[in-house]
Design a protein around this ligand. Structure first.
Ligand code: GLU
Length: 468
């Protein structure tokens, strides 16, 4: 293991969304690539907005994507005493101070500053007060931001970023109720967890100079930062529910495979020549922050669908079968209760299905006893000659030494030669009889998967129902 340490630090205030999942993925990839450590930290200090349900949703989303963590999950809410220690230390060293200004006073100052056309910044009233004995007056603790100079870092994605310290407020690090504030606890955690690289959304860029100043005040090494551009919708507005689902797990429920999601997410910002298909294993080798672009990625559902179709088509049918079972059960089918082998069924369908929902819908006919038949298809495929042809076909199939595709094809050819017909005069009727539809897997494949008994049963039923 190297000394490289990265973390994913979600706030549990909702499900794992697409942007968060991408941040997690980038951190995970870099940790894996550099044989470093990936830490999961739940930023739950905002007690009113954090929920256990969200925590569970984050774990579920990460597990689904295959992003395992080496340390944690750590919960910030377990570390209040640690934050307190660091705050006391900064106060003792004169790097932070108690501020007794009331909310009303601050509001009045703010309004005054705004009216005068200035920035509504804390005016430093309490900054240089001599240390005060506690006399019951409420106070917050503020960080003493240097008045001069600039805070600069070399962002791995954005390049050099610099903020004038004069622009930064004396940040409140402890509220009147004694709880620490967000920017402070992030730094303390990153210090105590020895985080070396912080990859996060660029909505945090404004927090970074404030955080760097706190590292410096603590004499702690400042990590390297990489701020990833936001994800946008097709209209170039920040990705939101308006653009469709933003929860990662919603994509599972819509029939997407985790490998498609991972592949899609990584390409939202990162590129590697013009390659499009990457497994997690490829990515561990190929991923680098230097190849993350500076412009925002635009979420493209068609591309995600294309990738999903690719992974279904090339996926291991046995694994797809495991993943498909819940979707089938939702549709009232349990392959464990009988019917053809699900793996064999999937092999006939995976070529064409773009989602697991399509795969499930496509598999249903194999497990249904009483099919309803596509009416237009029936009108075209069935005529007075059809029953006799189908009956003859069944006889030929029954006489085959084994019901594999080559033999089945042979039986069809023989039938066509004997009756002087083309495949078009019997094939569509067989397809309807077996699947109820006009668009199904190949006829030979279906017969092989259904087996002789089911094939016979379905054809006989179709003759009885349709050949009127
Ligand atoms: N908790 C923050 C968020 O969910 C992330 C903070 C960080 O990565 O520094 O946006």
């Amino acid at each position: 293991m190297s000394e490289v340490r990265l973390r994913f630090a979600p706030s549990p205030t909702g499900f794992l969304h697409v942007g968060g999942a991408r941040t997690a993925l980038f951190n995970w990839l870099l940790a894996r690539k550099q044989h470093g450590t990936f830490v999961l930290r739940i930023e739950d200090t905002d007690v009113t907005r954090s929920t256990q349900q969200s925590v569970d949703a984050i774990f579920e989303g990460m597990k689904w994507l295959g992003l395992d963590w080496d340390e944690g999950p750590f919960f910030q809410s377990d570390y209040f005493p640690v934050y307190k220690e660091y705050i006391d230390k900064l106060v003792a060293e004169g790097k932070a101070y108690k501020c007794y200004c009331s909310v009303e006073e601050l509001e009045a100052k703010r309004e005054k500053a705004l009216a005068e056309g200035g920035k509504p910044k804390y005016d430093g009233t309490c900054r240089d007060l001599p240390p005060q004995e506690d006399d019951g007056r409420p106070y917050v603790i503020r960080f003493k931001t240097p008045k001069e100079g600039a805070t600069t870092w070399n962002d791995l994605i954005k390049g050099k970023v610099s903020f004038e310290n004069a622009e930064l407020d004396d940040l409140i690090i402890q509220r009147t109720d004694g709880t620490p504030t967000y920017n402070f606890v992030v730094v303390i955690d990153d210090v105590t967890m020895k985080i070396t690289t912080v990859i996060r959304g660029d909505d945090h860029v404004n927090n970074t100079p404030r955080q760097i100043l706190i590292y410096q005040a603590l004499g702690a090494p400042v990590p390297v930062f990489a701020h990833v551009p936001m994800i946008l919708g097709a209209d170039k507005a920040r990705l939101s529910k308006r653009h469709g689902a933003t929860s990662v797990m919603a994509y599972r429920d819509m029939g997407f495979l985790p490998e498609a999601m991972v592949n899609y997410l990584v390409r939202l910002g990162w590129s590697y020549g013009d390659e499009e298909i990457f497994s997690l294993q490829d990515l561990i080798e190929k991923f680098s922050i230097e190849n993350v672009g500076r412009s925002a990625g635009v979420f493209n559902p068609d591309k995600l669908l294309w990738l999903n179709a690719h992974y279904i088509k090339t996926g291991d049918p046995a694994r797809l079968a495991d993943l498909l079972i819940p979707f089938l059960k939702e549709r009232g089918v349990d392959p464990a209760q009988g019917g053809p082998d699900l793996v064999a069924v999937i092999k006939t369908l995976q070529e064409r299905a773009k989602t697991m929902l399509e795969l499930a819908d496509g598999a249903l006919f194999y497990y249904r006893d009483e099919l309803s038949y596509d009416e237009q298809g029936v009108a075209k495929a069935f005529n007075a000659d059809t029953p006799a042809l189908l009956t003859a076909l069944v006889e030929k199939l029954a006489a085959l030494p084994a019901l594999d595709q080559a033999n089945i094809e042979f039986a069809f050819k023989e039938l066509m030669a004997e009756k002087g017909i083309k495949l078009g005069q019997v094939g569509p009727a067989v397809r309807l009889a077996l699947s109820g539809t006009t668009a199904s897997p190949g006829i030979y494949e279906m017969i092989e998967v259904l087996g002789l008994e089911q094939t016979k049963k379905r054809i006989e039923r179709a003759i009885a129902v349709l050949a009127k």
